[in-house]
Design a protein around this ligand. Sequence first.
Ligand code: COA
Length: 363
Amino acid sequence: MGEALSKEAEASTEASAAAEVAVASRITGTGFSVPDRVVTNAHFESYLDTSDTWIRERTGIVERRWVGPEESASSLAEPAARTAIERAGLQAADIDGIIVATVTPDYAFPSTACMLQQRLGIDDALAFDVNAVCSGFVYALSTADAYIRAGMCRNVLVVGVDLYSRIINPNDRGTCILFGDGAGAVVLSAVAPEEQFAHGDTLIRGSVQTTAGIYSNLLGADGKHSSILCVPCGTANQPTAESMATDAHYLTMEGREVFKLAVRKLGEISLEMLERFDLPSEAVRYFISHQANERILLSMAKHIKVDAARIPMNLDRYGNTSAATIPILLAELDQDGKIDSGDLLMLNAFGGGVTWGAILLRW
Ligand SMILES: CC(C)(COP(=O)(O)OP(=O)(O)OC[C@H]1O[C@@H](n2cnc3c(N)ncnc32)[C@H](O)[C@@H]1OP(=O)(O)O)[C@@H](O)C(=O)NCCC(=O)NCCS
């Protein structure tokens, strides 16, 4: 009887210890998709006052991909999403949330998330878009993490997709050379408390609740800089025949200002995230950073004192695909077997708005 009671007491202590550990989330699958059409720097040399050398030296970009007229954000996102779902070992029907980060949606509405839902044949899931420009994927992934922790979803498809070829001014040499089209996707899944310590306890300062998964999110914005990178047409400023004739409906950017702010903010948020966990920068295997410009990333590396080898880049091949850069890079590293279970990764981004965000996670 006494023994039985003590076993019960033990079981209830274990149960309450497990109850203190909340549900967490981890990435279970990745995928990406880029258009077939390759646009090299020679394309711009052919009609603008620019050169392959200038573009490579000032940005690191060698080529990018642009969609054809029949493609859309949801059509480009579909194969990325299907790959992520398959690699997560799930069926489309297992997805109960779809969050798409994009500023180049198929339509003003319905959302690209709903268009993608239809393409994937998912009947029952919440679905919406997030607009945080180049920080969009980090915002979307943080949102999915919060929904999972709140018990609202178990498997969220998180997509970053953008088609900047549709919004750049082909005659503005300061912007048109920078951007490409692409889509990246992950499945973020709930990890039950009892699964979290299956691979050994690797708590950092006791504040981290899972051995694999998202540890912490840091998001921010400063709308007073909204005009330095924007597409100045919408319901506040509807395109007219006159604005179209003067290219006033295209993306505009104060490149130097964006550059300075991006370097400062990416450095600040990366250091703040490391400080939250008392981590040296060497503890992070990769900084999966928004791919805007090689010089921005090398300056960030200097600022946070990390070897540039730990800041992987693919912007030479894809340019800046806005919300898609981080999930494309993550999917490439994952599919190439370059991320090991247990690796700490930091995702960080800066974009129009201006917005910024960082996520620390263990793979
Ligand atoms: C756009 C960017 C590459 C320009 O590089 P930069 O070294 O800052 O160049 P500047 O803007 O200072 O311009 C220097 C000169 O190069 C010229 N220039 C700009 N684009 C050029 C191009 N494609 N080819 C040749 N010359 C170019 C400018 O007109 C300027 O000429 P000027 O001195 O006669 O006026 C750079 O500012 C940048 O990457 N900014 C951040 C962009 C970004 O990442 N945006 C997205 C953030 S999410």
